[in-house]
Write a protein that binds this ligand. Structure first.
Ligand code: ACM
Length: 532
């Protein structure tokens, strides 16, 4: 074993921690004369890395092809033989004082190597203008890295509060830094519809705006509620969406869109009342919690939602399309004679089976178009659609039931992944939040695979994902306070082998990593801020 200085170890403040790390001696120094060489298939990744180095260093690298020259070199090599051991997302990274070599079986792996290199360089590399008097060095190290889970997700609710395109891109950048690969974009809910649909313009003309927003926490007593009197809204044009999907794809992130149905749909019903059940008109919901109506399950409404999904499929190449399915109130269907008639006509037992019938219409439709339906765990109620993937949010039971029945599942349990929960028991010192208590250490020490999943079904667990619901999170700065550093901890749950996780070491690495987040102007909750 080479002798390693403490300083070199401190510099290895990688988050998420890789599968295998062998520190070396010395360091590689970027210089204006450094040559970046890449195999053609890794050109885009190498070029992205070269461009990322430019603002802070001032060095303008042009990626070359062919054999590596002598001297200071960063080399990107495609190595199909690594596919068996490392898959498409794994990589090998060897840093010596003269040479950096990245080897991966596919561009995704090489991209993750660049995110590791980014973290091996001083935090000042994140600056967007030239920084003088910095030694641009990476400590010598050999890394072999492969993710634990294929689904490493970050969810963001843009319905309760609209978040602009610039913020979404910034969030995608931070996701990439932490090797997340699924952005679950919660685009519609009772309080706002955020996606332009060409065939039905009122979804955004009407559904993207609410007249006002509740002030303070939810009050069950309606006489105690106060509203701010300020309209809130916004939506993404289809051009905005294409831009975000491309931006994500360049960072090897799949954007999974969510269109909520049949519940959490009051904004849609405000735009097109014929989609609802009640005879009175409803506006876009101003209150938190579930709206007053849900979509009816008529064939006409199913057809409208399939038209919506047709435009969604054009915009989003994601293999998974999220249809929500959670918290569908049954009252509106009980009050609607047409829905009662439909239950009888279809030979269904009750409203749960009608919900399941509705979701199956979407499952069949998506499957016929080569996509996979994904939904919250309520889609298990009344029978799970044959090709559905389940996001288990009300604890682990949904994932256990889905996986044991041979379905894919993603672990999104509120107890470890709801980042709208408080980060401290001293609520008065925190921004107003929805409730709960989920501090950083609890996220980090989560052992995600439920014991009740049969050993031969554990492979059905695709991975883990953090949820940021934004009822009480009005803007991007506030999202960042809730998301970071908890997302850094979840990145390690998602990526690092269970045996490689260590809370004490993580906190030491985070102390260094926070400097990088600070340079990036991330409004992370301070590591040393009290939790009790
Ligand atoms: C959810 O939190 N209703 C998925």
């Amino acid at each position: 074993m080479p002798v390693v200085s403490q300083a070199a170890v401190a510099a290895l403040a990688l988050v998420p921690w890789p599968s295998r790390v062998t520190p070396g001696a010395g360091a590689f120094a970027l210089a204006p004369s450094t040559v970046i060489v890449a195999d053609a298939a890794l050109d885009g990744v190498a070029d992205g890395f070269a461009r990322a180095l430019h603002p802070a260093t001032g060095y303008a690298y042009v990626v070359r092809h062919g054999a590596a020259p002598k001297g200071s070199v960063i080399e990107f090599r495609l190595d199909a033989s690594l596919k068996g051991a490392l898959g498409e997302e794994g990589y090998r990274l060897d840093v010596t004082p003269t040479h950096v070599t990245v080897r991966a079986a596919a561009p995704a792996g090489a991209f993750y190597a660049t995110q590791t290199m980014r973290q091996l360089l001083p935090a000042a590399i994140e600056r967007s203008a030239r920084v003088a008097k910095v030694a641009w060095t990476m400590p010598a190290v050999s890394i072999e890295d492969v993710p634990r889970f294929s689904w490493r997700g970050s969810h963001l609710d843009v319905s309760r509060h609209f978040m602009p395109v610039t913020f979404i891109k910034r969030h995608l950048d931070l996701m990439a830094l932490h090797k997340f690969n699924r952005f679950h974009w919660h685009l519609t809910d009772d309080q706002g519809w955020r996606l332009e649909i060409r065939k039905y313009p009122k979804f955004t003309q009407v559904g993207a705006w609410r007249t006002e927003t509740l002030v303070g926490s939810y009050q069950p007593d309606s006489t105690k509620r106060k509203y701010d009197g300020t309209p809130h809204g916004g939506y993404y044009t289809q051009d905005d969406v294409r831009e975000i999907v491309a931006y994500a794809a360049a960072r090897f992130i799949t954007v999974v869109p969510e269109i909520e149905m049949p519940g959490h749909a009051q904004a849609a019903i405000a735009a097109y009342p014929e989609l609802g059940n009640l005879s009175r008109p409803l506006g876009v919901y101003r209150l938190w919690g579930e709206g007053e109506d849900v979509l009816n399950a008529s064939p006409a409404t199913v057809a409208v939602m399939q038209d919506v999904l047709a435009e969604v499929l054009e915009l989003f190449p994601s293999p998974w399309i999220h249809v929500g399915g959670d918290e569908v109130q049954k009252g509106p269907w009980q009050q609607n004679p047409a829905m009662q008639a439909q239950i009888r006509q279809l030979g269904l037992k009750d409203e749960h089976e009608l919900q399941s019938w509705f979701i199956r219409q979407m499952d069949t439709w998506l499957t016929a178009r080569g996509r996979r339906l994904i939904g919250w765990d309520e889609i298990l109620e009344g029978g799970l659609a044959p090709n559905a993937t389940v996001m288990s949010w009300r604890g682990d039971d949904g994932a256990i039931a889905a996986a044991n029945a041979g379905h894919d599942a993603v672990l999104t349990p509120n107890h470890h992944t709801y980042f709208d929960y408080y980060q401290s028991k001293e609520r008065g010192r925190e921004p107003l939040a929805i409730g709960g208590f989920l501090p950083l250490d609890t996220v980090y020490t989560w052992d995600p695979i439920p014991k009740a999943i049969a050993p031969d079904k554990v492979g059905r667990i695709l991975g883990v994902q953090a949820q940021v619901w934004t009822e009480y999170i009005p803007d991007g700065r506030a999202v960042e306070y809730m998301a970071w550093p908890r997302l850094s901890a979840l990145a390690e749950v998602a990526w690092t082998p269970a045996a490689g996780r260590d809370l004490v070491k993580f906190r030491a690495r985070m102390a260094v990593h926070m400097e990088r987040l600070k340079v990036l102007d991330v409004n992370a909750r301070p590591l040393d801020k009290p939790v009790f």
